[in-house]
Design a protein. Structure first.
Length: 396
């Protein structure tokens, strides 16, 4: 096993149990190893610190598997870590009986680069780092053992793999495709999961409880759902008794799936649902020009900033949509606004939204801070894991 020696003082982040070691922290690598292989991490003075996955192709040169410098990284290691992650979720009452559930949340479950979501008897796994990629077989086997799920599908086709020097990989790791469409039920609403071609692993599980909150708020209100994708928020708003729900997305296929999802729920009044295929930025302005107003607006845009380097540009986009949405809100109206950009902190996001309210001359009050569901935990030593942040605002 090769040894990764840090520059003087660079061991501090490891001692704080942060799992990333950037290129600037590395003094040298003693030995030759392939990308994804395990290395011993030591301080400049030779103090053993951790065991990590090495990747010279990434700016994050090493990602820590274990802060126990003596722990062996092998098949049994992944079996223990994955079983523990599954058990943690089983211990939380609010997650009991969920048909869609995140089982492994990467660094926050001690498994950098490993995402695993369960949909019924199917687990969809996403491996985003060289270390995770190397242990694919062990990860798949451990997931099968921990869950008993008959099928495990890999969706390692995200852009971030290019930063790791990895090609896209998709396909079955265990079992094979069934004949029926994959459908889950969430808070009484049925939804399809496109685990082969949909966003992320096929569904946005992180917004589960926020969708429930939207249902609670929607009764009797006119609702506008922007960047609606396959209509998770829209259908929950209808289930909650919304007077009308207008859903906007620029993707025709996503809207087609949204309407199929509505058809899966005959208990919902389809006459109250309006679908618009349009650029959200432009359509918000069109609605404003038409004199429209709404009682509840949901802004759940895609990631505008992958890193802090893109935060300024992302800030302009977030301010634009929030400012226009605020102009469409009736007095006393509610705004659920989100950012899933890792490069935009919760503090910065609040400042951006506050700037939008100031520019439109309206008083906005925070009713509730919104975050990811309980199956998306955040390790306190790894604040980068808190990518989803949101605000529920009420405007005068």
């Amino acid at each position: 096993m090769a040894t990764l020696i840090l520059h003087p003082g660079k061991e501090k982040s490891v001692l704080r149990r942060h799992p990333w070691l950037f290129s600037g922290a590395v003094a040298q690598l003693d030995g030759r190893v392939r990308p994804g292989a395990t290395v011993d991490v030591v301080s400049h003075e030779g103090r053993p610190l951790a065991r990590a996955a090495w990747n010279p192709a990434s700016q994050i040169r090493a990602r820590v598997w274990s802060f126990d410098a003596a722990e062996t990284i092998d098949h049994a290691f992944f079996k223990r870590r994955i079983a523990a992650a599954v058990a943690r979720r089983a211990s939380l009452p609010e997650l009991a009986g969920q048909q869609g559930l995140r089982l492994v949340h990467a660094e926050s479950d001690g498994l950098p680069g490993v995402i695993a979501d369960r949909y019924g008897d199917t687990v969809v796994v996403q491996l985003t780092t060289a270390g995770a990629d190397k242990w694919r077989a062990a990860i798949a086997d451990s997931l099968h053992q921990a869950t008993g799920c008959a099928r495990i599908y890999e969706r390692s086709d995200v852009e971030v793999r290019k930063l790791e020097g990895l090609e896209a990989v998709t396909g079955w790791l265990h079992g094979e495709a069934g004949g029926d469409e994959l459908v889950i039920e969430e808070h009484g609403v049925r939804m399809t999961v496109d685990y082969v071609g949909g966003h992320k692993t096929g569904f946005y599980l992180d917004q589960r409880e926020n969708r429930r909150r939207a249902a609670e708020l929607a009764r009797g209100r006119r609702v506008l759902n922007c960047f609606c994708y396959t209509a998770g928020f829209s259908l929950q708003a209808l289930a909650g008794g919304a007077r009308e729900v207008v859903s906007i997305d620029s993707s025709g296929p996503a809207l087609a799936t949204a309407q199929r999802n509505l058809a899966l729920n005959p208990q919902l009044d389809a006459a109250r649902a309006i679908w618009r295929e349009a650029d959200v930025f432009a359509e918000l302005r069109n609605l404003r020009a038409s004199g429209e107003n709404y009682d509840l607006i949901i802004l759940d845009p895609p990631k505008f900033a992958h890193t802090a380097a893109h935060a300024e540009r992302a800030g302009r986009a977030y301010k634009d949509i929030n400012l226009t949405a605020m102009r469409l809100l009736a007095p006393g109206g509610l705004l659920m606004t989100y950012s899933c950009s890792g490069g935009v902190s919760a503090e910065l996001f609040q400042k951006i939204v506050a700037g939008a309210a100031l520019d439109v001359g309206r008083t906005a009050r925070i009713v509730q801070r919104l975050q990811g569901a309980a199956d998306h935990p955040v390790d306190l030593a790894f604040p980068e894991g808190e990518y989803l942040k949101g605000l529920l605002l009420q405007l005068d």
